[in-house]
Design a protein around this ligand. Structure first.
Ligand SMILES: [Zn+2]
Length: 86
C-alpha cells in the first residue's frame, strides 16, 4: 500500500510504500545525546607522554581542532598538556 506525501517546501510528490521500522527523531536524539555525554570523558589514546612515559588522554575525545593536520588536545597525569595529530 502506497502513501502519498507532498514536500511542504518544494511541492514534490513522493510515494512511500509500506511502513518502515524506523526509530523516531526523539529516540534518535536521545541516543545521540547520551553518546555525546559519554564521549566528553577523557579517553586513553595509546600514546606515551613525552615527559613521563605514562599513557596520554584525549582531553575531550569529541572535539577535533580543524587545523591542518587536524589535532586533538591531550593531557597526562603528570600535568603535561599538548596536541596530537588525528
Ligand atoms: Zn606525563
Amino acid at each position: 500500500m502506497c502513501k502519498e506525501v507532498v514536500n511542504k517546501l518544494t511541492g514534490e510528490i513522493h510515494f512511500i510504500s509500506s511502513p518502515k521500522l524506523l526509530r523516531s527523531l526523539e529516540e534518535h536524539n536521545a541516543i545521540c545525546s547520551n553518546s555525546y555525554v559519554a564521549s566528553q570523558v577523557p579517553q586513553r589514546n595509546g600514546i606515551a607522554c613525552p615527559e613521563c612515559g605514562e599513557e596520554l588522554y584525549d582531553t575531550n575525545p569529541n572535539m577535533t581542532l580543524t587545523s591542518m593536520v587536524p589535532k586533538k588536545v591531550t593531557h597526562c597525569v603528570c600535568g603535561y598538556t599538548g596536541y596530537r595529530n588525528c
